[in-house]
Design a protein around this ligand. Structure first.
Ligand code: HEC
Length: 272
């Protein structure tokens, strides 16, 4: 950890000036994706969905990762997720039975006036049937099945409503704000630090964040949600992680996912 901290501090704070506070989501998106296209010209746009494995710097890891994806460790989980989904008739709560719609998640719910994640909708569906909510690995497993039904679909998030824009701005702020004992923002590692190696890790580009989640990590011994990954990154800079489905993480997920507009979903995926 100490090594990581020192290396990360040495990365410095490259400016990413084009993201002004007043910008609209549309102009943010152009600047954000433009930055990565310009600075990572060797990466094909769709490949950004593969996290750190898209980076030329991680070419050695890529082959190993591709071999794992051929017989993915999450295959059994997908079967479990499907079984749970069908047994609990979760399809009855979703448009199109839940098939091919995950590319529009998370979304702004005009009636509830909040950002809804797939995890929240799955548990709301269980509640409607008088069943107990599911958590952690089980929730990640069922969510992974839901996302898998939309694998390959291109991300399209609607941030046109004023309420959605307000949450988007909160998420954007969280992404760019410095925090923790290390005084690091997400952007420090995943924009200026993207492609750089710290303490044995190569940091992924923020473009593509979340497209492979829920993801399987051997460190977790199973599937985990995107919020679980956010928690890990918060801990890395020694700041208190937030709870799953906390409003701030939902806003962050809305911001990060909107920045992925046009990228294909690759969830679930195997991740380092
Ligand atoms: C100290 C550096 C650092 C900071 C700060 C940091 N991360 Fe990370 N993050 C990492 C490393 C290292 C990994 C693992 C390698 C990778 O995939 O980037 C990672 C992985 C991720 C992943 C998984 C990417 C994938 O496709 O597997 C996401 C998503 C992510 N971080 C989001 C965030 C967000 C959001 C923040 C701010 C709350 C943040 N990170 C802050 C270092 C950092």
């Amino acid at each position: 950890m100490k090594k990581l901290i020192i290396a990360v501090t040495a990365l410095g704070l490259l400016a990413f000036g084009s993201l002004s506070v007043q910008a609209s989501p549309q102009s943010d998106l152009k600047a954000f994706q433009g930055y990565f296209k310009k600075n990572f010209p060797k990466i094909k746009f769709d490949d950004f969905s593969n996290g750190l494995y898209a980076l030329p710097e991680a070419a050695d890891r890529r082959a190993e990762w591709e071999a794992i994806e051929e017989f993915p460790p999450y295959e059994l989980d997908l079967a479990k997720g499907k079984k749970f989904w069908e047994k609990n008739k979760l399809g009855t709560c979703f448009k199109n039975g839940g098939a091919g719609i995950a590319q529009n998640y998370p979304y702004w719910d005009k009636k509830k006036k909040e950002v809804r994640t797939a995890e929240l909708d799955i548990n709301a569906c269980l509640k409607r049937q008088g069943k107990k909510p599911i958590k952690k690995g089980k929730l990640a497993t069922v969510t992974a099945y839901f996302y898998n039904m939309a694998r390959g679909k291109r991300i399209k998030i609607d941030v046109s409503a004023p309420g959605a824009i307000a949450e988007y701005e909160k998420g954007k702020h969280f992404f760019w704000a410095k925090r923790g004992q290390l005084n690091f923002s997400c952007a420090n590692c995943h924009i200026s630090g993207a492609g750089k190696r710290v303490g044995g890790n190569i940091m992924s580009t923020a473009l593509g964040h979340g497209t492979g989640f829920p993801a399987y990590r051997s460190k977790w011994g199973g599937l985990g949600t995107i919020h679980r990954r956010y928690k890990g990154c918060n801990k890395q800079v020694r700041t208190a992680p937030l709870k799953q489905n906390n409003k701030t993480y939902r806003a962050l997920q809305l911001y990060e996912t909107y920045m992925n507009t046009g990228l294909p979903l690759t969830a679930p995926s195997n991740r380092f």
